[in-house]
Write a new protein. Structure first.
Length: 444
């Protein structure tokens, strides 16, 4: 990657890309950009046949080391058996494009592993936004959407969240929501949550998607946040709940009476009319529906939020605390919530086996939740090693790409019928059985 005047990146004598030093204040003043790139080894399955399962398990770590060696300015982490996450900042959006180009160029050459050379095929997708925006959720969604597009188009894709068309279309999206719902453009996907000890699908999280006729797949963060700002989130959430009731009834008719959890915006926890409508909907159905709420949603207006959550609990609706640890956690509020499940944010899970602090935080959170008679779900479980460690820690449920990506209704039913979640057990559980004593001693 060639140098450009004024850029904070350069190559050293060994061909590695390195950062020029800048403080946090300097970065803010220079208008830095935040970048998240997902690099997926797309030919992992064929490589595994040549490498064997044992050596293939270390392939992502080897690729991570190679990326870190070449791009010394970046934070590089393994996010799955064939997925590497790369985070960095730069002074212009153009630099991000050059880093992606350099990444592609670097891996066009055969990759050395155990003194043997292999051709790797990478799918690269990324998201970027100005540093001052600071919205991690939108950045992750952009990177994941870009990676999906990269797989389909067989090219690297970067989504720039500052583009005018991404910013200016929010009011239009809100105006289009009623039409989109009537036209069937919105649809639900379901991500299973697996009970670790019982090795069964215990529940699923419902996630809304919008397949726009001209804009294509729109990031949920785009239209949900716009609906909140415009006061349309009530209608959108009611549609989601009705659709989930319909789908959950189909699951039950097929013999799979699996509880489904719907995300509820913090804005709606203060809306008495919304709460009354939801209670009327659920009391008139036999569907097993639960709600996921973030801890920060309660902090907005604790008294009214706790009152409404208790109304849900009184009619038998289970409540899960979502993204625990990512916001302003408060034990004072936590002990008052009528919640039966606590979901640990994925920021603590993705580096569980490579961090010194995260395992201690996760273990203490599990113990705390159990003491408060709540089950614990770990979000963002991507590797067998993380699954094994969570099992030793006593985590009840796991959710993440190791288990399954979010699936459409029919695909989710097929996943359940095939008991596809059991295919991960031979990979993860031997680590648990063989390494259980070690982890117990380490966490004691």
């Amino acid at each position: 990657m060639d140098a450009v005047p004024g850029r904070p990146v350069r190559k050293d004598g060994a061909g590695r890309v390195s950062r020029l030093g800048h403080s946090r204040d300097e970065r803010a003043g220079m208008g830095f950009w935040r970048i998240l790139i997902l690099a997926e080894i797309s030919n992992f399955a064929s490589l595994r046949r040549h490498l064997g399962q044992g050596r293939a398990a270390g392939l992502a770590r080897a690729v991570k080391a190679a990326i870190r060696e070449c791009f010394s300015f970046a934070d590089v982490e393994v996010a799955g058996r064939n997925l590497i996450e790369i985070r960095f900042d730069c002074s212009t959006a153009h630099e991000a494009e050059e880093v992606v180009q350099s990444l592609e160029d670097h891996f066009r050459a055969p990759f050395a592993l155990d003194e043997e050379r292999y051709l790797l095929s990478l799918s690269i997708g990324g998201g970027l936004c100005p540093a001052f925006e600071g919205d991690d959720i939108r950045l992750v969604e952009a990177a994941e959407t870009a990676l999906d597009q990269a797989r389909e188009e067989n090219r690297a894709v970067l989504l720039d969240l500052s583009r005018e068309e991404l910013q200016s279309h929010r009011p239009a999206l809100v105006r289009e929501l009623p039409r989109a719902i009537a036209a069937g453009e919105l649809f639900m996907q379901y991500q299973p949550k697996v009970h670790v000890r019982r090795q069964e699908i215990a529940s699923a999280e419902a996630l809304v998607r919008w397949d726009h006729p001209t804009r294509g797949l729109i990031l949920p963060g785009e239209f949900i946040s716009a609906a909140e700002a415009a006061g349309s989130i009530c209608a959108l959430t009611l549609w989601c709940i009705k659709q989930v009731i319909h789908d959950q009834r189909i699951f039950a008719e097929r013999g799979y009476d699996i509880p489904v959890f719907v995300n509820i915006s913090g804005v709606l926890l203060a809306d008495s009319e919304f709460v009354a409508q939801v209670c009327a909907l659920l009391e008139g159905s036999s569907a097993k529906i639960g709600f996921e709420i973030t801890e920060t949603a309660v902090i907005r207006d604790p008294a009214i939020a706790l009152k409404h959550l208790q109304q849900f609990a009184d009619i038998g609706v289970p409540v899960a605390i979502d993204d625990y640890g990512a916001g302003l956690s408060s034990l004072a509020y936590l002990k008052q919530l009528p919640a039966s499940e606590l979901k640990i944010d994925k920021m603590f899970i993705t580096q569980l086996t490579s961090s010194n602090r995260d395992p201690l935080i996760v273990r203490s959170t599990i113990d705390l939740a159990h003491a408060m008679e709540m089950e614990v779900t770990a979000e963002g479980v991507e590797t067998p090693a993380a699954l094994a460690l969570l099992s030793v820690m006593g985590c009840d449920l796991v959710q993440g790409y190791l288990i399954s990506r979010p699936l459409g209704r029919d695909a989710f039913l097929a996943y359940v019928e095939e008991e596809a979640h059991r295919k991960i057990a031979p990979v993860g559980l031997p680590n648990l059985r063989n390494g259980g004593d070690f982890w117990k001693r380490a966490l004691a």
